[in-house]
Design a protein around this ligand. Sequence first.
Ligand SMILES: CC(C)(COP(=O)(O)OP(=O)(O)OC[C@H]1O[C@@H](n2cnc3c(N)ncnc32)[C@H](O)[C@@H]1OP(=O)(O)O)[C@@H](O)C(=O)NCCC(=O)NCCS
Length: 258
Amino acid sequence: MSGLQTRAHRPAWRAVGGRRTAVVVRRADVDDVPTEHDWLTERERTVLRALRVPKRRTDWRLGRWAAKEAVVGAVGAAWLPRACIEILATTGGRPVARIHHPGAWPRVALSLSHAGDTGFAAALRGPAPLGCDVEQVTERSQEFVNDYFTADEAAWIRSVPGESALRANLLWSAKESALKALGEGLRMDPRCVPVVATGAGDGFALVPHGGSLSVGGPGRRFLGRWWCTGPLVWTVVSDRARELDGLAAGLPPRSAPS
Ligand SMILES: CC(C)(COP(=O)(O)OP(=O)(O)OC[C@H]1O[C@@H](n2cnc3c(N)ncnc32)[C@H](O)[C@@H]1OP(=O)(O)O)[C@@H](O)C(=O)NCCC(=O)NCCS
């Protein structure tokens, strides 16, 4: 049989989004998230109703909104009603996206995070390890560094006076991203995923806003990107080098409603 497909039989996502794959990141501030709940599915609303702590509800909605924006970016279908995208957690906590709309939609790998009043999400077509995280840049205690970082990482954190808070939170965020990509979270020892971060100048002012990451070792190596925007540091990791290329520059775009 010929491999040609008529337009009518072409999967909807291919018709609208083509085959290009790239990691898509989106951030959301509280003001970006619609106040109503009509962008959530019935099952998502059930999850939300069960969350009793207001801050947790805000965080959950922030993460879900950023995640839905990342999913429509990854499948190239900004027109998709957000209530057609459902993001539920596995028993282990990993978020899984499903699209409930006619058409043969691709699987989408998804990760999300929240910090302060900010949500952050990354999405990529196809099954792929993917993790993202946003952290507030706060001072970390020596105990925290001793408990969760390798000796090399601790030395790197201390190596530039005035940058230790950024460095500690950057490495921590990259570890959380990797542990999310592995679907384990903090069930795993963060020292199992050592991080090497490079900045623009690398010699060693990291402060010019972002750079590259290498996380983990043999058998679980991820590459990634990081950015710093004032009080926040953001990371995203995957094992797909090419799919991360488009993230080399620029900050995560906001996911304001279009
Ligand atoms: C993953 C983890 C490190 C993130 O913690 P955090 O820094 O406080 O929170 P972040 O805002 O950066 O990320 C939270 C998101 O991580 C995601 N997440 C949680 N567990 C995850 C896992 N095992 N794999 C991948 N992603 C996970 C969720 O989407 C969560 O957001 P949501 O609950 O609003 O959907 C932490 O939640 C964890 O270790 N979870 C697994 C172990 C655990 O205690 N599970 C509780 C039972 S579900």
